[in-house]
Design a protein around this ligand. Sequence first.
Ligand code: NAP
Length: 284
Amino acid sequence: MKIIDGKVISQQVKDEVKQKTTQLKEKTGTEVCLAVILVGSDPASQVYVRNKKKACEYVGFKSLSYELPEETTQDELLALIDKLNKDDSVHGILVQMPVPEHIDEKTVIDAISPLKDVDGFHPMNVGALCIGEKGFVSCTPAGIIQLLKRSDIEISGKECVIVGRSNIVGKPMALLMLRENATVTVAHSRTADLKSVCKRADILIAAVGKPKMITEDYVKEGAVIIDVGINRNADTGKLCGDVDYENVAPKCSAITPVPGGVGPMTIAMLMNNCLESALRKAGE
Ligand code: NAP
């Protein structure tokens, strides 16, 4: 059984981005720039934003940080997005979700220029993914493809079952696996007999948000298990995934741990998307 090490692979991706960022600057003078907007003071969001800024520093991007008060109006936020959309020196714009309740998430996502939507949430980018055109792909699913490819796991022709159909993980994951020529099933809370559906999988991707829900009896012998879940154990405060790692690991051929599996890939792919945006802008 192989443990797929997201820390090592995300480091490889970040190092590649760093190298290409230096090359782009030397060749064209471009300074890659990511604007990160946080509205309110949600502690988890503050940690995410801090980590994104740190990653920008590592790969050599300029990061613009806008930490706006909770009472910021939707119009004020949209005005800032509009300003950043028009700013030629900004290559990526990210609004940390969730936004406070008085702001409509969809309106915010729609307002970001699809050419700077490095989260890959804009309907234009989702549509591009759906019909196989170029565009930004949601970072977590894009990171999972990298984990599989860089671990030499064959995707083409394999049965892939994805549990979860959210717009940011499950659905784009299904489209990406389809693009990689897997045979894809998307399961969700209304799926009948989830266990037998999951047992068909050569590659099982759990993106549910239910601690240790996927036990050994959901898993075919020799399957590859990707655990997207990030759950905090209420008693111990420790992080755990959607997969019951200790029981499932002996049965599978490869598995991602939590933490240290899918998690670190998300920011690495965000950096990669932002670099892509700058390369595109520079005509590279
Ligand atoms: P979400 O929007 O809450 O979606 C959860 C999905 O799971 C839904 O499609 C839901 O089905 C399905 N589901 C819920 N209970 C189920 C059950 N008992 N059986 C089968 N399916 C069930 O969550 P998300 O945003 O996709 O995130 C999923 C997990 O991934 C969370 O733990 C989140 O923290 C984690 N996550 C990690 C990263 C990372 O960087 N590693 C990034 C994003 C998310 P219905 O559609 O039928 O309700």
